[in-house]
Design a protein around this ligand. Structure first.
Ligand SMILES: [Zn+2]
Length: 299
């Protein structure tokens, strides 16, 4: 479903006409009028929906989209309990609800994560609450999260470990940011967007920040084409976003936003300008273009 806001409300729906400039989508029921339309993909590939309002806008606003082949990715669940096999960090039902929410988010990328195999319990007090930091102990780098995640390998899918708490101040972690080589650890505070964020890392995506190591995205910087080239609407030099929408606000809508907030929901098509985890400015891998074959496995 795609929607546009057209003001004033007195502009009738029948004056708003959508067209698809590539023929790989069709309008459901042939209905291409109004503020909302529903399209169905016919063949794989990119499309662009253009919106015409009685010729009133030039260039016309548009929304880019992509018809994707659906992928199913198996996930293998590992739940930590105490030494006596009691007090699981999370119930299977709770995890299933989180995964359902994450799957709704991943409909944007035509990926469904499916719980596979039987749940494996890890009965070890040491892993109930884990420190995300690395420490140098006897000349060796040690991380409780990495040790937990190394307890299983090569499942052919993604490994997700559930603990009570990851500290300091963390709800989920992928040890190798942007790579799938290790598992994902989440704690009982994680919500569906948080799980989707970690799954995004497994697909090769990176965190994006508005502040990092002293560098910032200015609070008053507005969205602009060169900062989101693949997701811009309306042609060169124009855009049909809210004219007061700041780039910071936009970044905080992205699932790959690196700081815990409640506003994350979106995977863009392409890269978006922002700060990476070491505070450098660039176009960050946060979207569908950088998900590779969308079939990640841990190893
Ligand atoms: Zn992250």
């Amino acid at each position: 479903m795609y929607a546009v806001k057209v003001d004033p409300a007195s502009v009738p729906d029948e004056d708003i006409t959508w067209s698809a400039d590539v023929g790989n989508v069709e309008f459901i029921g042939g209905d291409n009028k109004g503020r909302t339309v529903v399209v169905r993909g016919k063949t794989l590939g990119d499309f662009k929906l253009e919106i015409d309002i009685q010729g009133a806008l030039s260039p016309k606003p548009f929304i880019k989209g992509r018809v994707l082949e659906k992928k199913t990715v198996n996930v293998y669940l590992h739940i930590v309990r105490d030494n006596s096999g009691e007090n699981p960090a999370m119930t299977i039902e709770h995890f299933s609800n989180l995964l359902s929410g994450a799957n709704r988010i991943f409909e944007q990328a035509a990926i469904e994560f499916a719980l596979a195999g039987s749940v494996r319990y890890i009965d070890n007090d040491e892993f109930l609450n884990v420190d995300k930091a690395w420490y140098l102990i006897d000349g060796m780098l040690f991380s409780a999260v990495a040790q937990l995640q190394s307890t299983t390998n090569g499942t052919g899918g993604l490994e997700i470990y559930c603990v009570v708490d990851i500290f300091p101040n963390c709800a989920g972690i992928s040890m190798k940011n942007g790579e799938a080589s290790d598992g994902i650890t989440i704690d009982h505070d994680t919500n569906s967007a948080g799980l989707a964020h970690e799954l995004g890392h497994a697909l090769g995506l990176k965190d994006v920040y508005v502040m990092r190591t002293g560098n910032i995205i200015p609070a008053n910087m507005l969205v602009q084409q060169e900062h989101m080239r693949d997701d811009w609407s309306g042609g060169s030099g124009t855009g049909y976003y809210n004219s007061k929408l700041t780039h910071r606000t936009l970044l905080q809508r992205l699932i790959m936003y690196g700081t815990l907030v409640s506003t994350t929901a979106d995977f863009p098509l392409g890269r978006v300008y922002g700060l990476d985890e070491i505070g450098e400015l660039s176009d960050i891998r946060v979207g569908i273009d950088d998900m590779g074959d969308r079939q990640p496995t841990h190893w």
